[in-house]
Design a binder for this molecule. Structure first.
Ligand SMILES: *Cc1c(COP(=O)(O)O)cnc(C)c1O
Length: 385
């Protein structure tokens, strides 16, 4: 029989990495709620079986599944998306090094880069990932890492990611991409040539808004170093959360298809609505990221943002009138969520930084769930009218 590795994504997401033979014949991997396991001759520390070393059967099945889904040698799950990001950055950056990072990163990452890395003597410069012509001028002799996101938030842009890979290779940099908003259902960074793919598994990978988790995916050489750093920093995922993540991931393909299809319908509706002044969604042919997204991704994703005529007050009015989406940050769950990023995920940006990044204070971001598209559109329609 062909191995799940050689099958389509829909099959891999269910079967890849699952134990063969099944454990005691169980259809699901039971939760191994044991911090330590009997010593069986392991030669080095990282191989001892212990929850913090991320190597119980609940971890291993996820590592194998994620690596196969993104076509990489190895994956690791972590205690959160931030743990995946900070552990990876600290693996490849030391005192005296310099980082190039996209200027509108996920809020937690941006804050970590700005406020924590300098405390370790690590310098950084922000770049506009959308504009390759400016990257060279920001490069320094001590630049070690370039860091971007597959789909940016909250402007939902897709950068020329293949150029990021080429730039990193030309200049001997480690390339990292936060692939949270795309998920492996839409993009496999290692296949394009990125060194490291990162996830907040809290979002699309798990999909049910009930755990916090992260993932790091890459090839053996890099993952060996990251694994050792993760074991020291201690950002391990609890076996119970591993179980929920494995369960959630099995429906990733179905969920993403529905989210992409819902988002496309909603973006089209909003784009035609007289109260709406602008919609950011790469699925719209008029969107500046449409061509790049079509070339690089297998779908346009479940995130969109828009501005309406009027200002912040009108935006808040519309959000408050919505009955289906809950008002909060986060994304990637089965339920739709709506937020004004300046109030939540991007509240730490100064007025200058908002202006520089082109983020309007009245921008509304919608993380589309798997509800009925027509119910969501009717809800938006009544709120806008
Ligand atoms: C949520 C998120 C993170 C942080 O993940 P946590 O699981 O909350 O630690 C990182 N990057 C992106 C793009 C996110 O959306």
């Amino acid at each position: 029989m062909a191995k799940p590795k050689d099958m389509s994504f829909d099959t891999k997401v269910i079967h890849a990495g699952e134990p063969d033979p099944k454990i005691e014949g169980a259809a699901n991997v039971p939760i191994f709620q044991s911090s330590t396991f009997e010593y069986s001759g392991q030669k080095n520390y990282d191989d001892l079986k212990y929850i913090r070393l991320n190597n119980t059967p609940n971890h291993i099945v996820l590592h194998d599944k994620l690596a196969i889904l993104e076509g990489a040698d190895r994956a690791l799950v972590t205690s959160s998306g931030m743990s995946a990001i900070t552990t990876s950055l600290l693996t490849f950056l030391k005192s005296g090094d310099h980082l190039l990072a996209h200027k509108t990163l996920y809020g937690g990452t941006a804050d970590y880069v700005k406020h924590d890395l300098p405390q370790y003597g690590i310098e950084f410069d922000f770049i506009n990932a959308m504009d390759p012509t400016e990257w060279g001028s920001k490069l320094k002799s001590n630049t070690k890492v370039i860091y971007v996101e597959t789909i940016t938030n909250p402007l939902i842009e897709v950068a020329p990611l293949e150029k990021v890979v080429a730039f990193a290779k030309e200049n001997g940099l480690i390339s990292m991409v936060d692939n949270t908003l795309a998920s492996p259902a839409l993009f496999c960074p290692i296949q394009l040539g990125f060194d490291i793919s990162l996830h907040s598994a809290t979002k699309y990978l798990n999909g049910h808004t009930d755990i916090v988790a992260g993932a790091i995916i890459g090839n053996d050489l890099h993952m060996e170093k990251i694994n050792s750093k993760l074991n020291h920093l201690g950002g391990c995922l609890d076996p119970n959360a591993c179980f929920l993540l494995q369960r959630g991931m099995k429906t990733l393909s179905l969920r993403i298809k529905k989210q992409c299809s819902n988002a496309m319908k909603i973006a089209t509706f909003l784009n035609d609505h007289e109260m709406v002044s602008h919609v950011n969604y790469p699925g719209l042919e008029s969107d500046p990221s449409h061509k790049k997204a079509k070339e690089l991704l297998c779908g346009f994703g479940g995130m969109l943002s828009f501005t309406i005529k009027g200002g912040i007050e009108e935006a808040d009015n519309v959000m408050n009138k919505l009955k289906i989406p809950m008002c909060t940050a986060s994304m990637g769950g089965v339920e739709s969520l709506v937020t004004r990023p300046v109030q939540t995920s991007h509240s730490l940006l100064s007025d200058d930084e908002l202006l520089e990044s082109g983020i309007d204070k009245s921008l509304i971001r919608l993380a589309v769930g798997i509800e009925s598209a027509s119910d969501l559109i009717n809800d938006l329609n009544q709120a806008l009218n």
